[in-house]
Design a protein around this ligand. Structure first.
Ligand code: SF4
Length: 340
């Protein structure tokens, strides 16, 4: 079966006073129908810029898709006009934002905001859209839907606002929903409710989800596949179980060591990843993680590692996995020991 979305060698840059920032530098991944792909990485790794590019939301004044391809249901999306993007957004690809307060219009009743999409994309009458909106609000767990329809965003709690954000994203039944840190602004109990709701709705509607997050707990909870991003590139990808049980890239290993585990006992020490990501005004010629990697070899500084494939669509870009690199065996053993 062909994937719903195929992203190949996507590159996005921004013009600033200091020069060109190469925020996304050749990202590739795919998403199948009904699947959840989590894109993880620390702030500034390019995960949110990638999601904005998938929605045609790179601001044209400062940013530009410099190359690569985004194919959605076989159709190339890079190069669409503003009008064409407006038809794709909402009706075919929906988006759930981190803070619904910034995505919802504070001057409009929430019901009207959801109904607007139904009138525009599904050509419903006002009465039909109102009825459909009421059903949607109930579906995302908002009680007294008729009363809530008439309320403004500031009258709802953070969790309720995010439910409205989910209802808006799903209103026109898009095949793909991009959720950019959807639970970061919420407290832990509400986070769990929202994640459960997203999973339930995905099952009912067979929607594919791209989840942008830095939270590995959220990834473990909802993702089927994971793409780990660092300094504008995907350094490792694969099924969620493979990534958690058998990480092949030192950055992924570092991420996993820096989060607490419930089964680790009292004496577990969390190990931070020392250092900072490279300057994307002048990205390094070699591995972008080299300055922070304790396994770095000479070749890592000079040449970008290629992607190596392992069991079950698991891939990682690291010289440790390349048979041509020196010290491969010793380093891989060290990496495994550190993780285990
Ligand atoms: Fe470390 Fe080299 Fe692998 Fe990069 S390629 S993660 S520097 S060992």
């Amino acid at each position: 079966m062909k994937p719903l979305l195929e992203v190949d060698q996507l590159r996005v840059s921004f013009r600033t006073y200091g020069g060109e920032v190469q925020a996304v530098r050749g990202v590739s991944f795919s998403v199948k129908e009904g699947e959840t792909l989590a894109i993880v990485g620390e702030s500034g790794c390019g995960k949110s810029v990638t999601s904005r590019a998938l929605m045609g939301m790179i601001p044209p004044r400062s940013g530009q898709v410099k190359g690569g391809s985004i194919r959605f249901r076989g159709r190339e999306l890079t190069g669409l006009t503003k009008m064409e993007w407006q038809q794709v957004r909402g009706s075919q690809i929906g988006m759930i934002f981190q803070d619904p307060m910034t995505s919802l219009n504070p001057t409009m009743k929430i019901g009207q905001q959801i109904a607007e999409g139904l009138i525009k994309h599904r050509k419903q009458t006002k009465t039909e859209a109102k009825e459909e909106t009421r059903k949607l609000l109930e579906r995302v767990g908002i009680p007294e839907a008729a009363r809530r329809f008439e309320q403004y965003p500031h009258e709802l709690s953070g969790g309720m606002r995010q439910r409205v954000g989910i209802a808006m994203a799903l209103a026109c039944q898009p095949q793909l929903v991009i959720a950019d840190e959807p639970t970061t602004a919420l407290d832990v109990t509400i986070q769990a409710q929202i994640l459960r709701l997203m999973k339930e709705l995905q099952k009912q509607l067979n929607t594919s989800i791209i989840l942008i997050t830095h939270d590995l707990g959220v990834v473990a909870e909802v993702a089927d596949h994971v793409a780990v991003m660092y300094a504008g590139v995907v350094v490792e990808s694969g099924p969620v179980g493979e990534i958690f049980d058998n990480p092949r890239h030192p950055y992924t290993q570092g991420l996993l060591q820096s989060v607490p585990r419930l089964d680790a006992g009292k004496k577990e020490r969390l190990i931070p990843i020392e250092g900072t990501p490279p300057d994307l005004f002048r990205p390094p010629a070699g591995c972008p993680f080299a300055a922070r990697c304790r396994f770095a070899m000479e070749i890592c500084m000079e040449h970008m590692p290629q992607s190596n494939s392992f069991f079950n669509q698991h891939e990682a870009s690291c010289w440790l996995n390349d048979p041509r690199a020196q010290r491969t065996e010793a380093c891989m053993v060290a990496g495994r020991e550190t993780h285990g």
